[in-house]
Design a protein around this ligand. Structure first.
Ligand code: TXA
Ligand code: MG
Length: 358
């Protein structure tokens, strides 16, 4: 049976965190325990990267398959050499340009990192968060900290401490609460062990930004069906069922006018059939659904993709919390953070995208 532990939530100031409290968290990490903490992207569930038994607790707490590797977090660029080797110049250039920040680099792994961190792969993913809380936590713990998003497996990533509590209450001793995450989607994962740097997961650092430093970057999304649990896939984040909320999600893709028409029709049909419907849309779309009887959650202006990204997972969770049967939503522009937004929405539908003809 799984051990139930009491979960403590402690509020810490984002800019000027109480170092005595962070020391308590660092001591827990050094003692082989888990700590959930904020980052600029989403909340993470951390453990000592050098401690295989502590790392195993992450998989148990999340219900995460062992085939899904973890990201190691560091607070100084120099730590990269502690955990990876054969580091190409481009990695240093990218670290200089974008760390601390929402970029994760995949590089050859040193033997000091236990195999369960990387699902048995010869590589390890590394990033330096842009947030004072993990900065001090990493500094005081004095070890790299592996941390997946602090949600139960295949649930939307947590962007507030309350989301972490909703999923992990009784499974983690301490949650550090520094308020909502700024970016709201996870880091961009870039594989530097391929002949051409390859985006494995679009995220908080837009591809346009990456291309300013590395001109050749490839990204070709493959939304594979659930792979066998024993196989370490190149990027398990590619598994289609990865951000699925409890409700059925209908994702509409196409020109906005036609899409809104189709969304309204689908909403009205479901409501007529006795279902409760939540609509997840841009501010500008809201009035189209005013009379439908659906619960409307707006994410921000469609022109403000950072705002939409910041509210995306919170919006999914809010609608779930209301107990809606169906979530009706659409894609937005694909530039900047739009690529990550589209990716998360496609995963939430488990691939059932509805293309509306123009
Ligand atoms: O923003 C973020 O990256 C957050 C915060 C907490 O830092 N973390 C996060 O971790 O999103 P997680 O575990 O939810 O996603 C990690 C993903 C894996 O699912 C996989 O796609 C990729 O990173 N990954 C990790 N190690 C890898 C490796 N060795 N090779 C390829 N992909 C890897
Ligand atoms: Mg995750």
């Amino acid at each position: 049976m799984k051990e139930v532990i009491e979960t403590q939530v402690v509020i810490v100031d984002r800019e000027n965190p109480d170092l005595a409290m962070i020391q308590v968290a660092a001591d827990l990490i050094r003692a082989g325990e888990l700590v959930a903490f904020p980052t600029e992207t989403v909340y993470g569930l951390g453990a000592n990267a050098f401690d295989a038994a502590a790392v195993a607790k992450i998989f148990a707490a999340k219900g995460r398959p062992a085939s899904d590797p973890l990201i190691a977090h560091i607070y100084a660029i120099a730590q990269l050499e502690q955990i990876t080797h054969t580091i190409p110049d481009i990695a240093w250039d990218l670290a200089q340009a974008f760390w601390p920040g929402p970029l994760t680099l995949v590089l050859p792994k040193r033997a000091c990192i236990p195999d369960n961190v990387s699902a048995g792969l010869a590589t390890v993913a590394v990033r330096m968060p842009n947030h004072r809380v993990p900065y001090h936590l990493l500094r005081l713990a004095d070890v790299p900290i592996v941390a997946p998003s602090a949600n139960l497996f295949s649930r939307p990533s947590p962007t507030t401490a309350q989301h972490v509590m909703d999923d992990l209450d009784g499974r983690v001793p301490l949650i550090l609460d520094a308020g909502p995450a700024d970016i709201g989607v996870e880091s961009t994962v870039l594989d530097l062990t391929q002949p051409i740097p390859t985006i494995l997961r679009p995220g908080g650092l837009p591809i346009e930004q990456l291309r300013k430093v590395v001109s050749a970057v490839t990204y070709s999304p493959k939304y594979a069906a659930m792979a066998g649990e024993t196989m370490a896939t190149p990027s398990p984040g590619m598994l289609i069922k990865h951000y699925a909320p409890n409700a059925e999600v209908l994702l509409f893709v196409g020109r906005r006018g036609k899409v809104l028409e189709a969304m309204r029709l689908a909403t009205e049909r479901r409501i007529a059939a006795g279902k409760t419907v939540g609509v997840l849309i841009a501010d500008e779309d809201g009035e189209q659904f005013a009379e439908t009887g659906a619960t409307v959650t707006t994410l921000g202006s469609q022109a403000d993709l950072p705002h939409i990204a910041q509210r995306l997972f919170a919006g999914m969770r809010a609608l779930e919390h209301q107990g809606v049967d169906v979530i009706v939503t659409r894609t937005f522009d694909r530039h900047g953070l739009g690529l990550a937004i589209a990716d998360r929405l496609i995963r939430a539908t488990e691939g059932r995208v509805i293309e509306v003809d123009n």
